[in-house]
Design a binder for this molecule. Structure first.
Ligand code: PMP
Length: 398
């Protein structure tokens, strides 16, 4: 008898399933705007020059010893400077418990497990919509989920009033998951003024803000500017948590480099860090060394850091250029609909407002692949395919 005959196939991941279907398509016109990884204007994956140069410094010099349980101390230090600011009092005073994590996903999961272990009755408020994996992460950590309003379908922008109502109506001391910048999947972020109001209301309600920052640098092209939500919360004296990923902004997707940080008093930060390590220990013991070294070399070498800043800006600018081109091309075809949201939204994604049926239509008639929620990965749009994509979108929305 088989031991595992009762095991049913798992539901397909909505994002990874799109890539599979795209790869199986034989059409020469096919376009993949499903997956959230950066591509150059020829549709090719990119390795940044600063990464190649950092690898050059590592080559032949790296031993293969374990990192400490909390990961590379230097990488963590440099990550914190990036998120909290070089002059942050919190980091200077050692009031941030931080460990290297398995990219952004691992940082979120480590935090969710920590939340469950030390505040077992707490819940997490998650925006609707959000990156689908957020739901899986907190589900598997057994933290009950609540939702809060975020996106306004008609304006294809932020539903700020409803979001503020949900913040006010949540029980005092609730946990909220916030996207620090370049919200996935909507590309809709609060303005600086709105962030200040959110932060103020969080103070009033004594809520805890957990920032998922998977796209620092990808929204505006400048990592400092993209950290403004976090900086506002810190100025207001919040003790935040933060998940950082270097997947997108350094193009280190498969290297799995990230950082989880939680603010506390100096004494408690030591305890919190030790507990985060304790959670990691039976799962994967300690994190991988290669990607962490790449990140710490780039961020601590002034020349490589300025090269990196130039390259992040280059990626963000290409995407911003493609937003303008896509909108112009659709408008030129005489569409009666408003496409302003394509250029208003920021970061890697455009939440197009296309219906699941229209998305199916794009796939079946035009070999264009995206998730059924109408999310277009702007990173997959190129000078070569933007006209074709615009025409197809116009055809299915006429
Ligand atoms: N959070 C958000 C909002 C994301 O979009 C992503 C990547 N798609 C992640 C976290 C985590 O990505 P990674 O684990 O590759 O860093």
């Amino acid at each position: 008898a088989s031991w595992w005959s009762h095991v049913e196939p798992a539901a397909k991941d909505p994002i990874l399933g799109v890539t599979e279907a795209f790869l199986a398509d034989r059409s020469p016109h096919k376009v993949n705007v499903g997956v959230g990884a950066y591509r150059d204007d020829d549709g090719k994956p990119v390795v940044l020059d600063c990464v190649r140069k950092a690898e050059g410094k590592i080559a032949g010099n790296l031993d293969m010893e374990y990192l400490p349980m909390g990961g590379s101390i230097k990488m963590v230090e440099e990550s914190l400077k990036l998120a909290y600011g070089k002059e942050s009092e919190l980091t200077k005073d050692k009031r941030v418990a931080a460990v290297q994590a398995l990219s952004g996903t691992g940082a979120c999961r480590l935090f969710a497990d920590f939340q469950k272990r030390f505040l077992p009755d707490s819940q997490i408020y998650i925006p609707i919509p959000t990156w689908a994996n957020h739901h899986n992460i907190w589900r598997d950590a057994h933290v009950p989920q609540r939702t809060f309003h975020y996106y306004h379908p008609e304006t294809r922008g932020l539903d700020f009033a409803a979001m503020m109502d949900d913040i006010k109506n949540a029980p005092n001391g609730s946990f909220f998951l916030l996207h620090a910048c370049a919200h996935n999947p909507t590309g809709v972020d609060p303005s600086e003024e709105q962030w200040r109001e959110i932060s103020y209301q969080f103070k009033v309600k004594n809520h805890f803000a957990f920032f998922d920052m998977a796209y620092q640098g990808f929204a505006s092209g400048d990592p400092e500017n993209d950290a403004k939500a976090i900086r506002i919360f810190l100025e207001d004296g919040h003790m935040i948590g933060c998940a950082q990923s270097f997947a997108k902004n350094m193009g280190l997707y498969g290297q799995r480099v990230g950082c989880l940080s939680v603010c506390e008093s100096e004494m408690q930060a030591v305890a919190v860090k030790s507990q985060l390590q304790q959670i990691a220990r039976p799962m994967y013991s300690n994190p991988p060394v290669h990607g962490a070294l790449i990140v710490s070399i780039i961020l601590s070498d002034p020349e490589l850091k300025s090269l990196w800043l130039k390259e992040v800006k280059g990626m963000a600018d290409r995407i911003i250029g493609m937003r303008t081109a896509l909108r112009k091309n659709i408008e030129k075809l005489g569409s009666n609909l408003s496409w302003e949201h394509i250029t208003n939204q920021i970061g890697m994604f455009c939440y197009s407002g296309l219906t699941p049926e229209q998305v199916d239509h794009l796939r079946n008639e035009f070999h264009i692949y995206m998730t059924r929620n109408g999310r277009i990965s702007m990173a997959g749009v190129t000078t070569g395919n933007v006209g074709y994509l615009a025409n197809a979108i116009h055809e299915v929305t006429k």
